[in-house]
Ligand binder design. Structure first.
Ligand SMILES: Nc1ncnc2c1ncn2[C@@H]1O[C@H](COP(=O)(O)OP(=O)(O)OP(=O)(O)O)[C@@H](O)[C@H]1O
Ligand SMILES: [Mg+2]
Length: 204
């Protein structure tokens, strides 16, 4: 199964929200997502609005998972770091990438049933590091995938324990990842689970 990758206007509203969304709300939304300020400074590829430092991504992921384990334990869901190669320090905003992980791991737990497993893996190629978060949860219907990564892009897949859902997490995740020059993608099978993955460039 291929990953569906995303590009284009991240502020675009999914069809389901578009009808019920006033021009005023749209304007506010555009302003608030834009205020995430992930602009690439022209020419030299550096970011403004991101606090870029040399970060040990493996360490960041391990810390993130140990904190999210507390929430996952409430559903008896195990979080597992399946693979993580040695990585060079990456020029990323640790706080923002932590936010990406919080939403992807949080979603994996939120849309999964108790007693399942969430697996995180990290792969490295010459040009990128890719982080995948896989769950054994509800999965997302193919015809709903287009709603993801857009503000208020909730699908008909609901949380398994009544957790809150605003539908903003993935839109923010996408802004952050693209702000780092990376890409985000998903593959999902209804009733089996989902894998969300994002890549971050490794400077040459
Ligand atoms: N791992 C997953 N499994 C199944 N459905 C998912 C998964 N992740 C996201 N979704 C679907 O995509 C929608 C959008 O996710 P997103 O993270 O943007 O918002 P949310 O989790 O509903 O709310 P929040 O703003 O608190 O993150 C969810 O409402 C859900 O329908
Ligand atoms: Mg979320």
């Amino acid at each position: 199964m291929d990953y569906r990758c995303y590009s284009g206007n991240v502020n675009e509203l999914p069809c389901s929200a578009a009808g019920s969304c006033s021009a005023d709300l749209r304007a506010k939304l555009d302003k608030s997502t834009t205020s995430l300020v992930l602009k690439t400074a022209e020419g030299n590829g550096r970011f403004t609005g991101l606090n870029i430092e040399a970060v040990d991504l493996g360490d960041l992921i391990r810390r993130n998972l140990s904190l999210n384990e507390i929430f996952a334990a409430k559903k008896n869901i195990s979080l597992e770091l399946v693979s993580c190669p040695d990585l060079p320090p990456l020029p990323i905003d640790a706080g923002k990438i932590n936010q990406v992980l919080n939403n992807l791991v949080g979603n994996a737990v939120k849309y999964s049933f108790p007693d399942t497993l969430v697996q995180v893996s990290v792969e490295r190629s010459a040009s990128d590091v890719t982080v995948s978060v896989s769950d054994q949860g509800k999965g997302i219907p193919e015809k709903e995938l287009h709603k993801l990564f857009k503000p208020f892009g909730r699908t008909n897949v609901t949380a398994t324990a009544g957790e809150r859902s605003t539908g903003l997490g993935l839109a923010i995740v996408r802004k952050i990842v693209e702000g780092h020059g990376g890409q985000i993608g998903v593959r999902s099978q209804l009733g089996t689970g989902s894998t969300f993955r994002f890549s971050l460039p490794v400077p040459s």
